[in-house]
Design a protein around this ligand. Structure first.
Ligand code: NI
Length: 255
């Protein structure tokens, strides 16, 4: 069985034909989905989906590029659901310096990141981290405010050298579509080096469709292509890889 530990079934593209998307995913063995929120509406929809469908779990939180105009009331309205039986993580949270260049805005991202790590720690939840072109600051924050209940560096984009720091924090490494891109030298090296016991698979659908579907609307069913690439790189049996990654996923999100 396969657990897609980062997908956005709460996005317009996938939500509009959710039954088909779920049925296609189940056909290739995906039986668990972590639907990740990025703002108030998407977090609340993730919770709704988790209660509507078997095998769906929710992560709730505010993405670094979606914090503009978010009020404390919005935060409370979402985070009041933290003890909901199907809410298993806080995410996606983190830093995104690709889209945001303004120092004041970056400072605001840091504050929101720290606030949400603290919240996750208080409520004994793992975190799902979004980090884009902000590795240095991201690690600095994680070292200063360590996630006490683990979590995942979603769509890990760092080097092999930085991998050790992330693993030392007790975090898991999430790999998805970019691993399969033909020019993806670093993700392939990371895949080779990361211990299987610390690896998770995800799609980030509808984004990051794997090769050869790159550029199309991604879906959880395409996770099979990511797993095939992991199998090829690791050179061990696919069944073993599937078993260990599934166990990792259930362990980190307590499902
Ligand atoms: Ni995402």
């Amino acid at each position: 069985m396969i657990f897609d530990t980062h997908c956005h079934l709460n996005s317009e593209e996938l939500y509009s034909r959710i039954d088909e998307v779920l049925s296609d995913a189940r056909k290739v063995g995906v039986d668990k989905f972590l639907v990740v929120g990025w703002d108030k509406a998407s977090s609340l929809l993730a919770i709704k989906l988790a209660h509507q469908y078997e095998g769906i779990y929710a992560a709730i939180g505010f993405h670094p590029t979606d914090i503009d105009g978010v009020t404390e009331e919005d935060f409370q309205e979402v985070m009041n659901h933290i003890n909901d039986s199907k809410v298993v993580a806080v995410g996606e949270i983190g830093l995104d310096y690709h889209w945001v260049k303004d120092p004041a805005q970056r400072q605001k991202q840091k504050e929101w990141f720290i606030k949400q790590i603290k919240f996750a720690n208080e409520h004994k939840k793992p975190i799902s981290i979004h980090n884009r072109e902000a590795f240095e600051d991201c690690l600095k924050i994680l070292k200063e405010y360590p996630p006490l209940y683990s979590g995942v560096m979603h769509c890990y984009s760092g080097s092999v050298e930085l991998l050790k720091d992330v693993l030392n924090l007790g975090l898991y490494i999430g790999l998805d579509g970019p691993l399969t891109f033909t020019n993806a030298k670093t993700p392939k090296e990371v895949c080779e080096c990361v211990p299987l016991e610390r690896l998770l698979v995800e799609t980030d659908s509808p984004y990051l469709a794997p090769h050869p579907l790159r550029g199309t609307v991604n879906e959880p069913k395409n996770i099979a292509l990511v797993i095939d690439e992991i199998t090829r790189i690791k050179g061990i049996s696919k069944k073993h890889i599937l078993d260990v990654i599934y166990e990792n996923s259930c362990k980190v999100f307590h499902v």
